[in-house]
Design a binder for this molecule. Structure first.
Ligand code: SF4
Ligand code: SF4
Length: 408
């Protein structure tokens, strides 16, 4: 697409990047077929093609309105459009750049600003989120149904094996996951321990930066990324860990892109690239190891998070691991579509999010699974809030099966 960027951004690194992305788009519209918001709203401005056109206009200097921001706000950043695009348009990067410009040139209403400020303040701070969650659990009987369902019951995480192997990997604790479901990383540690790998966490490692970055506080998000790199660097630099393992695909996609997101920072560029190159989703780690084949483990449906299948372009690996272990996998229609969780999207766009969740749950439950498995804490909590079918992280299924069939 021919573009002529305005002077305010033309010569900046993000302007050059946006221009290169825009030039790749041929406006063919193939991406509209897999865009969840276009499917729901039927408006071209709520499709990738329409949003690309809006961002092109903004970057060319056209006036920006609240309506422009609304169409960008409604985007889930699911990146299904990137998977579909035959021209390799990197929509995710473009929307980051476009959103930053639109955010700076418009003013949100007080309620919207307050909600975003509260989410940006609480979610990345595990201690604060844990305290809020604890209060929520205590007050659960008094809360309205919609809020009550979002609060997951606490679940024992079980033991975390002491490091005893020469092979070591580093896990991200993260911000929300250790409060909502500490059982996930503990399950990963137990499974890896059986395979001769000790999983360790760095005590000061917190949020990966995705929360604030995607709330359009992009510099604050980059500060979180730098803090995480600082917490990991002694272990990464010494070579004492062979990989950084991500159990939440939403964090995984961000950490894998640290090198790109911090490339304009001369102090952190090199470290960020090193951290990204060490990072693997847990399924990528386990596919290279030999897991026992157990058989007869029951029927599950796997919800592949967008951050895994579109963001990281990792597809079919979790399903293959579960099938190899002995789970029967129920088919899931429209598996490429987002469940509506999308970070804070479920809180900021509740109607669209709830409709996408209803569609996703219908597809997941069509094959009568006993449980639904996922690979991201946000999707897990979002789906569980609207179904009685247990929703778990897939590593919890493997861990439980191994403990039952092959007690240590
Ligand atoms: S993003 Fe890709 S699929 Fe969508 S209109 Fe542009 S070139 Fe076509
Ligand atoms: S990221 Fe998802 S919601 Fe946003 S335009 Fe692309 S397909 Fe549509």
């Amino acid at each position: 697409m021919q573009t002529e960027l305005a002077g305010f951004i033309r010569d900046r690194p993000e302007g050059r990047e946006a221009e290169a992305i825009l030039r790749k788009c041929v406006h063919c519209g193939f991406c509209t077929a897999t865009c969840p918001t276009y499917q729901l709203l039927g408006d071209d401005l709520d499709s990738p093609r329409g949003r690309i056109y809006l961002m092109k206009r903004v970057l060319e200097g056209a006036p920006v309105s609240g309506r422009t921001r609304l169409h960008l706000d409604r985007c889930l950043t699911c990146r299904a459009c990137e998977t579909t695009c035959p021209s390799g348009v990197r929509y995710g990067r473009l929307v980051d750049i476009g959103r930053a410009v639109v955010e700076a040139r418009t003013r949100r209403g007080p309620w919207d600003r307050a909600k975003r400020a509260a989410l940006s303040f609480v979610l990345p701070r595990t201690w604060l989120f844990r305290a809020a969650l604890g209060l929520g659990r205590l007050a659960k009987p008094l809360l309205p149904g919609s809020l009550k369902r979002k609060i997951l019951p606490s679940k024992p995480s079980g033991t975390w094996p002491a490091p005893r192997h020469a092979r070591r990997m580093l896990a991200l604790g993260g911000c929300v996951q250790p409060a909502l479901a500490p059982s996930i990383n503990a399950a990963a540690a137990r499974v890896l321990d059986r395979l001769g790998i000790s999983l360790v966490e760095a005590p000061a490692a917190g949020c990966c930066g995705a929360v604030r970055f995607h709330l359009n506080r992009q510099e604050a998000g980059r500060d979180d990324m730098r803090a995480l790199i600082d917490a990991w660097w002694p272990l990464a630099e010494s070579g004492s860990v062979e990989a950084i393992v991500m159990t939440a695909s939403g964090c995984g996609v961000t950490v894998k892109e640290f090198g790109e997101l911090l490339r304009e920072d001369p102090q952190y560029r090199g470290k960020a690239e090193r951290i990204s190159s060490l990072t693997r989703d847990l399924c990528e780690v386990l596919e290279a190891e030999t897991l026992p084949q157990l058989g007869g483990l029951g029927r599950v449906a796997f919800q592949s998070p967008c951050t895994l299948q579109h963001g990281q372009q990792v597809r079919g690996k979790v399903e293959a691991l579960l099938a190899r272990a002995g789970f029967e996998l129920a088919g899931v229609d429209d598996a490429h579509l987002c469940c509506g969780s999308a970070g804070t999207y479920s809180l900021l766009q509740p109607e669209l999010s709830a409709e996408l969740r209803a569609r996703k749950l219908r597809a997941l439950q069509e094959g009568n699974p006993a449980r639904i498995a996922t690979a991201n804490i946000g999707c897990l909590a979002h789906l569980q809030a609207a179904t009685a079918t247990p929703v778990v992280h897939w590593i919890e299924l493997l861990d439980e099966a191994l403990q039952r069939r092959m007690p240590a």
